[in-house]
Design a protein around this ligand. Sequence first.
Ligand SMILES: *Cc1c(COP(=O)(O)O)cnc(C)c1O
Length: 405
Amino acid sequence: MTDGTRTDPLDDLRAELERLREQSLYRPLVVMSGAQRPRTTMNGKPVISLSSNNYLGLATHPRLVEAALAAVRDLGVGSGAVRTIAGTMELHEELERRLAAWKGVEAVLTLQSGFTANAGVIPTITTEEDLIVSDELNHASIIDGVRLSKASRAVFPHKDCDGLETVLRDARAKGGPRGPYRRILVITDGVFSMDGDIAPLPGICDVAERYGAAVMVDDAHASGVLGRAGSGTADHFGLHGRVDVTVGTLSKAFGVVGGYVAGRTHLRDFMIQRARPFLFSTSHPPAVVAACLAAIDVLEGEPDRLARLWTNTRRFKKGLVDLGFDTGISETPITPVIVGEAAVAQRMSRRLYEEGVYATSVVYPTVALDKARIRTIVSSEHTEEELATALDAFARVGRELGLIG
Ligand SMILES: *Cc1c(COP(=O)(O)O)cnc(C)c1O
């Protein structure tokens, strides 16, 4: 670009960006000053935040902070290698043992993020001989994991166990107990990230078992939220031993960063041999691992946090419904306020921000074109007064936009 003769081969991206702006689908980055707390500062303005996944306030919990600081002093800031070369510290193995005990499984393998856990495990345990059957609203990282696999694919309608059975019956109709497939892997989110609804896991396990299929659950939004000590969807439904692969994140309720794959010992061992993000990307720094270990201590030692999360969830959801908002089918702290058009959602988010409430809009392609929404997530750390203040802002802005009476 120095002499003006070279044309920019990426110039077309500008027109694409312009189109996104015109369609109200452009997402500007909002910058936070200070820490991730219920009251924080976004783009220079103090706000009550309803948009983080920091469900239990662990991102700033003193025990996690102290554990991270101590690990940095003892072990430095980086692990220096991928796990299979020289990057497995005792701390990594300790975290995996603790996670396995907390999840109630034989073994856990941690990865850099929940995204890489999905992108790692799905193509590692499936081949061109297999079939993957995925809920139509599964997370983008599951979709990408499926794309990385050579397996055949099918989608079942959202949370529809009969629809799932139809797919498996069609497969079987091609001959053999699992049709022509060596393995069938059924994948569902435990908690769906945009609607906050819970997968019908008992029904999914029943159907999968009838057809000899393996079950995989992505517990990103269930970890730290559902089940004993927040141990996830399988525990919530009492399905221990019936879920073959669980993916989770250490980036949401855990308040840190990372992902994991939980299941049997041979699943972990096989991942160590073959999962590409595990083999070719550096392991977590000690501070991350130590903070995650402290997070398990807090999950198991401070059950009142989980109780407060659910009290706040019920309080805030009821407040929105009483005001007349459409909160969809949410059953968890993720509560959407569905408004329809993308432009309305963006307008509402902007007005809420002016009123001191940070709640982001979610628009196509993350959700369907006509299901644009404000997505809220309360945490255990929001005070009753903060939630009341936020609801007042929703009431004012909702009336102004004609969404409620
Ligand atoms: C957030 C999320 C992930 C990704 O987790 P990260 O640790 O942020 O990479 C995966 N699956 C689901 C369902 C999620 O909501």
